[in-house]
Design a protein around this ligand. Structure first.
Ligand SMILES: [Zn+2]
Ligand SMILES: [Zn+2]
Length: 362
């Protein structure tokens, strides 16, 4: 016994290394699970543009696009005409100034009884004609611009109607896309859990079965990493409303389990537990410390495990010879001479089979 306790504890550095490596192992396993899950997440979902093509009339869409182009063209024309109008307007204003000046001169001339010269008269006529010409052009341009504006308004109305039609047709497309997206998300969640849950189940079984094994940290890392990954996937894909219940359910189970554990620890002190464990091991002819078969008597040349022990056919011909026995695997004394009667007794059970004397189980 003392040999195994020494082995199990090890130095401070060893214990630290084991804890640290357990953590590293957990992180690595978590990573590997992450790769698996990410590959599933890369599966492509529904394509909205494809769905829209099925629902929305292509003719209507191209009509709307064409109308947009026409509107842009008309807008450009309006801009051009307005610019021209502005230039003509500027010309008109400067001509008007010239004419006003000429009129002013003429007025002064009349006051001084000096008549307009012929050149002056000609200039005045030319300016007046140009002014009138400009005014006419300005009117024409105004007319053109207002016609273009009307045309643009008509086009905008037509485009609005087309857009309304498209939007009406888009509604079912959006609904279908949403439905397909939800289904795709569920599929992803299902696939991920289909991979993770069996792994988690295996981890749980291994942890429960091997809780006494010296390799327990390995299994713990495996189980812990898987559990965290499952929780993350569940949280990602299911609304937190459901997740809340799953989480609270899991916590309830863990807390209840811990409570049971502590209650039992108080109710049955540790030695009692140990004796129970040792007793069960002796019943199966297995070393209570390392589970290596206790190969004595007719079982000397057989081999068995916890599971196969009851299926074993033990050869007849009894070897009644009793002698001390030490586990060849872990070195624990399993049968030893009784300190009281000197006969061979179980080394790890409280009482001698022969004289009944009690000894303390460590
Ligand atoms: Zn052993
Ligand atoms: Zn005895």
């Amino acid at each position: 016994m003392s040999g195994t306790t020494k082995q199990a504890k090890g130095t401070w550095l060893h214990r630290f290394a084991i804890r640290f490596l357990t953590l590293v192992l957990a992180v690595l396993i978590f990573w590997v699970l992450g790769f698996l899950v990410n590959d599933i997440q890369d599966i492509r979902g529904p394509d909205y543009s494809e769905i829209e093509k099925r629902h929305v009339d292509r003719g209507l869409v191209s009509k709307s696009e064409m109308l947009s182009e026409q509107i842009a063209g008309v807008t450009r024309q309006i801009d051009n005409q307005t610019e021209k109008q502005r230039v003509v307007g500027d010309g008109s204003r400067s001509l008007q100034q010239t004419i006003n000046q000429l009129l002013e001169l003429q007025k002064l001339g009349l006051q001084k009884s000096v008549a307009f010269t012929e050149t002056e008269q000609a200039n005045f006529t030319v300016s007046l004609n140009m002014f009138l010409d400009n005014q006419r052009k300005y009117q024409e341009l105004s007319q053109a611009v207002s016609e273009l504006v009307e045309k643009k308004q008509a086009l905008v109305r037509e485009k609005e109607q087309a857009e309304q039609g498209i939007n009406r047709q888009r509604e079912p497309a959006m609904r279908e896309f949403q439905r397909l997206s939800e289904r795709h998300t569920l599929k992803l969640a299902f696939l991920q859990l289909a991979i993770l849950l069996p792994i988690l189940a295996v981890a749980a079984v291994v942890i429960i079965r091997k809780r006494a094994s010296i390799y327990f940290p390995l299994f713990l890392a495996f189980g812990g990493a898987t559990l965290v990954k499952v929780a993350m996937v569940v949280h990602e894909y299911f609304p937190s409303r459901y997740f809340k219940y799953i989480l609270i359910g899991g916590l309830l189970a863990v807390v209840a389990r811990l409570l049971v554990y502590f209650i039992r620890t108080i109710a049955f002190p540790k030695t009692q537990w140990l004796v129970k464990q040792y007793r069960e091991a002796y019943e199966r002819f297995l070393c209570p410390v390392c589970e290596y078969p206790i190969r004595i008597g007719p079982r000397r040349f057989l081999f068995w495990t916890r599971r196969t022990v009851n299926k074993l056919v033990v050869p007849a011909g009894r070897d009644e010879r009793e002698e001390a026995y030490t586990c060849p695997s872990c070195g624990s004394a399993l049968f030893e001479a009784c300190a009281s009667c000197g006969k061979i007794r179980h080394a790890m059970l409280p009482n001698c089979v022969h004289c009944g004397v009690a000894k303390e189980v460590k």
